[in-house]
Design a protein around this ligand. Structure first.
Ligand code: C5P
Length: 315
């Protein structure tokens, strides 16, 4: 069994609409999720000693059973019914933690794909999707990634093929001391916005259809190209998190001063914020032009392209 390197990309939300509450206590969502070229790397070395050990270049990250990589490995092994399977896994962390960029979910998705390969298990993509959904709402998207509509609690996927978003790029900002708990953001949303929630499947279905037909998808789809004006991006969690988190407000304000962004928004439950540009050199130019403000605000910044796929094996 040979070693394997797997790439785990971050995602941003180009649309996050809270439709209502579900019977399982989660929120019913309508989202457009987009992979970006900000990547963690997993190096997998299979063993036959039944041990799963994780190491990480970021000492702040838990490497025990709380880590989604370890959970994913344990679930895959138990579904295979082969307790003797083991692995040493090293994670090189580049995606900021607790940022609303699904870094942990993408790492878990990369572990599912990579270990399925190095352990020679042969699970089909549908099997991996089902396992991913039991581990986290964002994890199914992270498997195939690219541009996808995500419904349900995030796990009901409609991939958008041949999107025109390939040239688009993003400038991301995150304050290293800021972190937002996803359950907290959804709780706040429920407290403040529950009066706007829809209650019937018919109403949910109508909103899903509206998103499928939305100007945003037209702009991202075939024929819609960079430079075409994007509509303002909607993130219902931004409505409740922005007033509470100073670095989100400051980051959005800074990005709005950039030259020519197509749109500016918070990703997921935050606190990372991003500006979309028609091309990578525009994102890099904005990063250079805003360097003073980025430093003064204490932000870390990344400029990268959107990515047409999710988890991928090296080579
Ligand atoms: O599934 P995941 O572990 O990412 O969800 C984290 C938390 O975010 C959930 O426990 C829940 O509080 C909230 N959540 C939600 N509705 C969703 C997704 C997440 O309320 N669709």
């Amino acid at each position: 069994m040979a070693d394997l390197t797997v790439w785990a990309p971050a995602k941003i939300n180009l649309h996050l609409e809270v439709l209502g509450l579900r019977r399982d206590g989660f929120h019913e969502l309508a989202m457009v999720m987009q992979s970006i070229d900000l990547l963690d790397t997993l190096q997998l070395s299979p063993t036959a000693d039944g041990g799963i050990t994780l190491s990480c270049d970021n000492p702040a990250l838990p490497v025990d059973g709380d880590n989604l990589i370890v959970k994913a490995a344990a679930l895959l092994r138990s579904r295979a019914g082969l307790p003797e399977l083991g692995a040493r896994i090293h994670l090189q962390k580049r995606i900021p933690v607790g940022a609303g960029l699904a870094g942990g979910s993408s790492d878990g998705a990369a572990a599912l794909v990579g270990l399925n390969t190095v352990w020679g298990l042969g699970f089909a993509p549908e099997d991996l999707l089902e396992m991913a959904a039991t581990l986290g709402s964002d994890m199914p998207f992270c498997l195939a990634g690219g541009t996808q509509l995500c419904f349900g609690r995030g796990e009901v996927l409609e991939p958008q093929r041949d999107g025109g978003s390939a040239d688009l790029a993003v400038l991301l900002l995150k304050h290293p001391d800021a972190s937002v708990s996803t359950p907290w953001a959804y709780r706040l949303c429920r407290e403040q916005r529950q009066h706007t929630y829809l209650h019937t499947e018919v109403d949910f279905a109508r909103r899903r259809d509206a998103l499928r037909q939305s100007p945003l998808l037209h702009a991202l789809g075939p024929g819609g190209r960079a430079g075409l004006a994007l509509p303002p991006l909607r993130n219902d969690l931004q409505q409740v998190v922005e007033p509470e988190v100073a670095s989100v407000r400051a980051g959005l304000e800074l990005l709005r001063q950039a030259n020519g962004p197509l749109a500016v928004a918070m990703s997921g439950s935050g606190p990372s914020v991003f500006a979309l540009f028609g091309q990578l050199d525009q994102a890099l130019a904005a990063q250079a032009a805003l360097a003073g403000g980025i430093e003064a605000g204490g932000f870390v910044s990344w400029a990268c392209r959107l990515r047409p796929r999710g988890v991928s094996l090296e080579g």
